[in-house]
Design a protein around this ligand. Structure first.
Ligand SMILES: [Zn+2]
Length: 153
């Protein structure tokens, strides 16, 4: 698995470049950037591949909230997930807690993207967020890739 350091200054602003990761669809190096648009995806991270694919950091437990923004960021029609409403977690003590079935949402998301003609893939990258005086251990990020169909194809 690739490892990536993403560095921030003391004001939590990004310093330097976001490193490239290998495209989940073609294996070329995809250039990283912090996203400035995209609803819930703002200040998340994306990787642009020369093949036209866009990889997006999307934690599976947040897929219910990111679902439509991911489709839109990929240049596809935004759709709501076609799943039953989230079920409150009865005895968790957190009233707002909902159980998010990440893998099911991912299958639904990829099926939706494919139905719109996109190619999709999921990869993982080990990321260290480096902040002055505090460096948490590396975590594994899910990166979801899609390449929208070209208009003439
Ligand atoms: Zn690619």
């Amino acid at each position: 698995m690739e490892t990536l350091d993403i560095s921030f200054d003391a004001r939590h602003e990004l310093t330097g470049e976001v490193g490239s990761v290998k495209c989940g669809l073609c294996g070329q190096a995809a250039r990283g950037r912090m996203l400035e648009t995209g609803g819930m995806l703002v200040r998340s991270f994306g990787w642009d591949c020369p093949c036209g694919a866009l990889g997006l950091h999307a934690p599976l437990h947040d897929l219910d909230e990111l679902y439509t923004d991911l489709l839109e960021a990929w240049g596809l029609k935004p759709r709501e997930p076609d799943l039953s409403p989230p079920t409150p977690v009865g005895d968790s003590g957190f009233l707002s807690s909902v159980y998010v079935d990440g893998p099911a949402l991912l299958r639904s998301l990829f099926a939706e993207a494919r139905s719109q003609g996109a190619q999709v893939a999921a990869t993982e990258v080990r990321v260290r967020l480096v902040v002055p005086k505090f460096s948490p251990p590396a975590s594994i990020w899910d990166v979801l890739w899609a390449r929208a169909p070209r208009p003439m194809e």
